[in-house]
Design a protein around this ligand. Structure first.
Ligand code: FES
Length: 103
């Protein structure tokens, strides 16, 4: 697990990008907790960290494909994204990236 930011760095209901272990990860702070996914949308590379967070999912800002924040599964016609472990320890947020694999 690698410390990526402070809790206050990601406003509630938003996402931020971080590079963890050489991989670009989108970190989300939501009503149901914290989530981390690969940040690159598998459709055409959109920045998922800039997506709209709704109902435990994120909607890509480019063409509106939606992904489950907990599983990375896609709700549309493209592959899902890998998810990663997030832990909040006090005021710090840690992410542990999984091995590179699709969903
Ligand atoms: S790049 Fe994400 S939906 Fe097209």
């Amino acid at each position: 697990m690698i410390r990526v930011c402070s809790v206050e760095d990601v406003p509630f209901g938003e996402g931020r990008a971080a590079v963890v272990g050489g991989r670009r990860v989108a970190l989300f702070h939501t009503a149901s907790g914290w989530y981390a996914l690969d940040a690159v949308c598998p459709h055409r590379g959109g920045p998922l960290e800039d997506g709209i967070v709704a109902d435990r999912s994120v909607i890509c800002p480019l063409h509106e494909r939606r992904f489950d924040l907990a599983t990375g599964e896609s709700f549309s016609d493209c592959p899902g994204v890998a998810t990663h472990r997030v832990e909040v320890r006090g005021a710090d947020v840690f992410v542990g990236v999984r091995a590179r694999s699709g969903v």
